[in-house]
Design a protein around this ligand. Structure first.
Ligand code: 2AM
Length: 177
């Protein structure tokens, strides 16, 4: 079995700037710049044969390159406990289209359809029981504008460990006009 997801890799300089946004935040376990990414489709544990089928289906996904705009900082969690700090991404039509085609590829190879709404984001830090109000001041400052030129998408393998997950880039699928 192999734990996979499909996402967008980030250029190193952008990843460094994004990682810098969470420096010094209370209770934040920062994601290392080389692990930052945007998930388009979480796959989870699948067998090697299905992974090979998925790879083939992903090579057939067609989409033109496009540019993404990064948006605000935000939190997942609840009123009492923030769990994840992320930078949002504009859910533009080309991004939705690409995610939709990847979803279609995933269901074609027999994966269960994704039922959760697509909320594109780049997770920057995991938070240890931080009360959301402790982060309000940091989140109120708009982060510097950033864009991302999307010229490929990537199949990642997730390696879980007690020190946090490491994401290995397995295959890059170029977008062509
Ligand atoms: P997250 O950053 O919001 O946690 C690898 O785990 C990537 O897949 C992460 O970006 C994670 O999003 C995303 N993901 C989506 N659904 C997931 C799930 N059910 N379990 C683990 N990761 C998931």
């Amino acid at each position: 079995m192999i734990r996979l997801f499909v996402g967008l890799d980030l250029p190193g300089d952008l990843a460094e700037r994004l990682a810098g946004l969470t420096a010094g935040l209370p209770g934040a376990r920062r994601i290392e710049p080389e692990n930052l990414h945007l998930t388009l489709r979480f796959v989870g544990e699948i067998d090697e044969a299905t992974a090979a089928d998925l790879d083939l289906a992903l090579t057939r996904v067609e989409a033109a390159p496009f540019t993404l705009t990064l948006t605000e900082l935000g939190l997942f969690g609840d009123r009492h406990r923030a769990r994840t700090l992320w930078r949002g991404v504009e859910a533009s039509p080309p991004l939705r289209r690409l995610a939709g085609r990847i979803e279609a590829a995933a269901t074609r190879v027999g994966l269960a359809a994704e039922t959760r709404r697509f909320t594109p984001h780049i997770t920057l830090a995991r938070l240890d029981s931080v009360r959301p109000e402790r982060l309000q001041r940091a989140l109120a400052v708009p982060p510097p504008p950033e864009t991302l030129a999307v010229e490929a998408f990537t199949l990642f393998q997730s390696h879980l460990s007690p020190h946090g997950a490491q994401y290995e880039r397995l295959v890059s699928y170029p977008l062509t006009a």
